[in-house]
Design a protein around this ligand. Structure first.
Ligand code: S3P
Length: 431
């Protein structure tokens, strides 16, 4: 349990931890490449540690230092693991590694924790089966544990209707070793870190963006070459502090080196649309990704905003903290086309609705989103995190600007993506 009290002001500069999606990919591509990859400033969190541990169990040599990891690439030749591979709470690990293991001519089993065992896997299993992988699992392959026997695959063309970057990545990484061409088509562009990073590793990849969809193609039988990858600050983690600095009674906060990839930029776009006082400074490009510092000042009252289905992939992980901003905005805000939220680390639509109602907000629950009637003040409450890091962090921010006391039931769950969250909160606030 963690008691959260109202802050007086925010202050200073903060470099939030490195991006989770980029860290997972840098470890995995490093292991798939030929030669060494040096990953500078990776995120060390429960999720990324699960990926690294699985790669080690597949025979990958890894050297871990305080702020870097060196991965000795295995050029797509792994060792049959002696034991089951545990993705723990990490959907990204389970889904992307299912793609990688589908290329390997041996037997492996992936498991996960209670939450991950409830999450759907058929979205990767089905297209990988079409490529020729043998995959079995609970509920005909939709739920972990999955048992995989991979081998020689053939390229396929796949319509990724949910615009999932995990699915896209699993298929592209399998496609790099398949026969022929693998093509993934998405209705909306999901985060494109894999496409950008594959280019750093010397991969040949074609991306075409058209009105009717986004196409990514890779030729099979390619080799990747080890390289250096720098991991910038995670915009999903920075979002909690941008929201806090916006809602704080006074002060200013500077967030350093935040990844500003357009496929991840939806939260900051919406915050501007709501009337947030944010400025971007010192733009640069690192490891093929755009990065900038963000300066945030408080504003008196935000305006309500609507999120449409096509915008959802660009802010999917930020919806819990966006909902907190919406709860304090003037007018009626709305999120639609976000049914995927029900299949995250918790059912996030339910978690948002339950907790906002506890804080005295009027919320209508929809099958694929919610409608929030903004209020001027939140009430104290005992927050149910459902063991979900993003719910815990979003409602901590809500608590930090609420007069009455807020209690977070499982504060440790932030370690999934942000182990130092509580220290960072105390370092940039005054009570
Ligand atoms: C991720 C993709 C998204 C996101 C998740 C990380 C990734 O999931 O919600 O936190 O690193 O590829 P989907 O692929 O299910 O959209």
């Amino acid at each position: 349990m963690q008691k959260v009290e109202k802050i007086r002001r925010v202050k200073g500069k903060l470099r939030t931890p490195s991006d989770k999606s980029i860290t997972h990919r840098s470890f995995i591509l490093g292991a798939l490449a030929r030669g060494e990859t040096e990953i500078v400033r990776p995120l060390f969190s429960e999720d990324t540690k699960a990926t690294l541990q699985i790669l080690k169990m597949l025979g990958t040599e890894v050297q871990e230092e305080t702020d870097r990891v060196i991965v000795k690439g295995r050029n797509y030749i792994f060792r049959e693991p002696e034991n089951i591979l545990d993705a723990k709470n990490s959907g990204t690990t389970a889904r992307i590694m299912t793609g990688v293991l589908s290329t390997q001519p041996f037997f492996s089993v992936i498991i996960g924790d209670k939450s991950l065992r409830q999450r759907p896997m058929l979205r990767v299993v089905e297209p990988l089966r079409n490529m020729g992988a043998n995959i079995d699992g609970r509920e005909e392959g939709n739920k972990l544990p999955l048992a995989i026997r991979g081998g020689k695959l053939r390229g396929v063309s796949y319509f990724n209707k949910r615009a999932s970057a995990q699915v896209k990545t699993a298929l592209l990484l399998a496609g790099l070793r398949a026969e022929g061409i693998t093509q993934v088509v998405e209705p909306y562009l999901s985060r494109d870190h894999t496409e950008r990073m594959l280019k750093l590793f010397g991969g040949e990849i074609i991306t075409i963006s058209e009105e009717k969809g986004h196409i990514v193609k890779v030729k099979g039988e390619q080799e990747l070459q080890g390289t250096e990858v720098y991991c910038p600050a995670d915009p999903s983690s920075a979002a909690y502090f941008a929201a806090l600095a916006t809602l704080a009674p006074e002060g200013q906060l500077i967030l350093k080196e935040v990844l500003l990839n357009p496929t991840r930029g939806g939260f900051f776009k919406k915050l501007l649309e709501m009337g947030g006082d944010i400025k971007f400074e010192d733009f640069k490009e690192v490891s093929n990704e755009p990065v900038a510092d963000i300066v945030i000042n408080p504003v008196n009252r935000l305006k309500a905003v609507k999120v449409s289905p096509s915008e959802v992939p660009t802010l999917i992980d930020e919806i819990p903290i966006l909902a907190v901003l919406m709860a304090l905005a003037e007018g009626v805000s709305e999120v639609r086309g976000a049914k995927e939220l029900r299949y995250k680390e918790s059912d996030r639509i339910k978690a948002i609705v339950v907790n906002l109602r506890k804080m005295g907000v009027q919320v209508e629950e929809l099958d694929d989103g919610f409608i929030i009637e903004g209020t001027e003040k939140l009430k104290g409450a005992k927050i149910e995190t459902f063991n979900d890091h993003r719910i815990a962090m979003a409602f901590t921010v809500a608590g930090l600007i609420t007069d009455e006391e807020v209690i977070i039931d499982n504060p440790e769950c932030v370690a999934i993506s942000y182990p130092n969250f509580w220290n960072d909160i105390f370092s940039v606030t005054e009570f």
